[in-house]
Design a protein around this ligand. Structure first.
Ligand code: GDP
Ligand code: ADP
Length: 235
């Protein structure tokens, strides 16, 4: 049977488990997991104009400006026009949400509400394999060998923006800017909120929600709800 594409975003403060839950959703439901942080790190590694600008903000624990974010993100979404996807880490501001809305009709916005103290602990224990984006946590999902990626055997690093001084400043600013984004999706009646301190306890609720929504979407006619994007000259 033909199926319509499914598009969702997952939001929440840094360390709330967006990446961890997105990987589970991608594996269980076959959506592509797209991460704004990964796209930015690609642009930084490729030394693009947007990447150079983004790096300066990330290193200070600041959000990358909206026009740089949309310049990096929207063309990547266009490349995904034939796929169902889950977008992790974008939008973070109302301007980003409206930019996304102008090119793409979302089916669902998931929001993770995790207590501040839990976030601080998790982020200081987060280690990543930069080449693949695989994420580990000293307690929750430790690598088999301390400090080493399970698959490649390469060393793990701690991102600069997970170091204590950057973590505190980004958590403080999160709430103020996230509220208008949540209100935006609430008005569209696509917001689903999940609270708790433990990803393994939240996951069954998210999984059962998606089980009810995905078959319904797949039963409709196949259409992409995203329109082509022109981002030339917006940097
Ligand atoms: N202790 C603990 N750590 C978790 C849990 N869920 C995720 N983590 C870890 O917390 C860190 C942040 O999770 P991540 O998915 O990267 O969050 P994101 O910043 O929202 O994408 C990572 O090191 C995860 O492995 C949990 O329930 N308990
Ligand atoms: N949508 C966005 N808007 C502005 N800045 C962003 C966005 N997504 C990612 N960033 C920048 O990239 C950094 C790393 O993002 P990410 O990998 O999602 O990690 P975290 O979950 O720790 O914020 C963020 O701290 C922020 O500076």
């Amino acid at each position: 049977m033909a199926s319509r594409l499914f598009r969702a975003v997952i939001m929440g403060p840094p360390g709330s488990g967006k990446g961890t839950i997105s990987d589970r959703i991608a594996q269980s439901f076959g959506l592509k997991h797209l991460s704004s942080g990964d796209f930015l790190r690609d642009s930084i590694a490729a030394n693009t104009e947007a990447g150079v600008m983004a790096k300066a903000y990330i290193e200070k624990g600041l959000l990358v400006p909206d026009h740089v974010m949309t310049h990096v993100l929207l063309p990547r979404l266009e490349l995904m026009s034939g796929h169902s996807w889950l977008l992790d880490g974008f939008p973070r501001t109302l301007a980003q949400a409206t930019a996304l809305d102008s090119v793409c009709q979302l089916d669902m916005a998931i929001i993770l509400n995790i207590p501040f103290e839990t976030l601080k602990e998790r982020l200081s224990e987060r280690w990543v394999h930069p080449a693949s984006g695989r994420v580990y946590n000293v307690e929750f999902n430790p690598p088999r060998v301390k400090g080493v990626d399970d698959i490649s055997g390469e060393p793990l690093i701690q991102n600069d923006d997970d170091k204590p001084e950057a973590v505190l400043s980004k958590l403080r600013r999160y709430k103020d800017i996230a509220k208008p984004v949540m209100d935006f999706y609430k008005k569209k009646d696509i917001l689903y909120s999940f609270s708790g301190t433990d990803t393994d306890k939240i996951w069954p609720y998210i999984s059962s929600l998606l089980s009810t929504k995905l078959p319904a979407v797949q039963a409709s006619a196949q259409t992409s709800h995203c329109t082509p994007i022109n981002t030339e000259g917006i940097l």
